[in-house]
Write a protein that binds this ligand. Structure first.
Ligand code: ADP
Ligand code: MG
Length: 347
């Protein structure tokens, strides 16, 4: 079978099977946002790693090195946040082609360290290699679960309400803007392409959310400590794909109300000049790094006292399918259309 047929998640499933059965101290292994390792009776270590490759995850024509350091750290912090954990230690490895200067590497680490410091985490190691052509980045983050234990993707129950933090779709709309800037002769070299000259501040916000996402570390811990939540994931591949991970691992389905999906005013104000309607970026666009979680109805009142920017967008169902209902009440199948490495057609 070819990689394009198996897809990223089929391949990870094969790797998971090859690792064999899990036994303590491994509480959660391959398949969640981070591994959960019971290192002492009172605490669990959380471990996650993510790679970023030039030409696949980023393009140096529109990414500065500070943002690149920030983002490669943010995506790992976000996986710790998705478990409701406290990030502690970071190891960052880089494969660098000759075209990159020491000053650019220093900027990269300034971005990493600024974000780590804001979360009280620290860089403790990594590896440095030369690369023939592309810049390759790998970050590993270690954290601790807060006292109620880690929140996995597997605990959702029929009847739970589905919530997200913040707004969705900004990051992938921001990416579209940046790509247009590279393609469009009139815009080249400008952060805000010609077409968007009348909506500068809105577009800057979308671009910023793509280049320097804010991992929801504090919110993840607050949610975990509240004991309101059955299952949680961060939205890295897109709402439809990340919800599918919760549904698969919890063996449930979901019904999403399209009208309730939170969209930012920046995305809505820019919508006329984008290739797709805002809902497309929210469902299929990735890299928002917001949290998606499910809550039993008995805990919703408590959840609302936490003072976080949360939106209820749907309900977990017993039948193992994902559906979406639009403003006219039409229900259709919701397919996971977010990012999948090796998939034949990519967004
Ligand atoms: P996320 O988007 O939350 O970072 P991924 O989709 O990258 O999650 O990974 C899903 C799960 O599969 C994680 O538990 C990750 O550690 C595991 N995983 C991914 N690739 C590999 C691999 N090559 N070997 C072992 N585990 C892997
Ligand atoms: Mg994740």
């Amino acid at each position: 079978m070819k990689l394009s047929e198996l897809g990223e998640f089929g391949l990870i499933e094969n790797i998971r099977k090859s690792a064999g059965r899990l036994t303590p101290p491994v509480m959660i292994g391959i398949g969640d946002d981070a591994a959960v390792l019971k290192v002492s009776p009172s605490s669990s270590l959380l471990a996650t790693t993510d790679m970023m490759i030039e030409g696949v995850h980023f393009d140096l024509r529109y990414t500065d090195f500070y943002s690149l350091g920030w983002k490669s750290t943010a995506v790992n912090l976000s996986d710790i946040a998705a478990m409701g954990g406290l990030p502690r230690f970071c190891l960052t490895s880089i494969g660098i082609p000759n075209s990159i200067s020491p000053k650019q590497v220093a900027e990269f680490y300034r971005g990493c360290n600024t974000l780590l410091q804001s979360c009280d985490a620290i860089l403790v190691g990594g590896d440095t290699c030369s690369s023939r052509k592309d810049l390759v980045i790998n970050v590993m983050m270690l954290g601790e679960s807060v006292k109620n234990g880690a929140i996995t993707r597997a605990g959702a129950k029929p009847g739970d309400r589905i919530f997200v933090t913040g707004t969705l779709g900004d990051s992938s709309a921001g990416l579209e803007v940046l790509k247009r800037g590279v393609r469009d002769r009139r815009s080249r070299g400008k952060t805000i392409p010609f077409l968007f000259r009348n909506s500068r501040s809105a577009v800057s916000r979308l671009v910023e959310r793509h280049l320097r996402p804010e991992p929801r570390v504090e919110w993840g811990m607050t949610i975990a400590l509240s004991r309101c939540v059955h299952a949680m994931i961060d939205i890295s591949d897109g709402l439809s794909s990340d919800l599918a991970h919760i549904c698969e691992q919890s063996r449930v389905g979901a019904l999403i109300n399209a009208e309730k999906i939170p969209l930012s005013s920046s995305l809505c104000r820019t919508a006329d000049n984008l290739d797709h309607p805002p809902i497309h970026y929210a469902l299929s666009g990735g890299e928002d790094y917001e949290l998606l979680f499910t809550v039993p109805t008995s805990r919703i009142q408590k959840l609302q006292t936490l003072g976080l920017p949360l939106t209820e967008i749907g309900e977990i169902t017993r039948t193992q399918t994902m559906m979406i209902v639009d403003s006219r009440g039409n229900k259709t199948l919701l397919k996971p259309t977010g990012y999948n490495h090796f998939a034949r057609s990519r967004k």
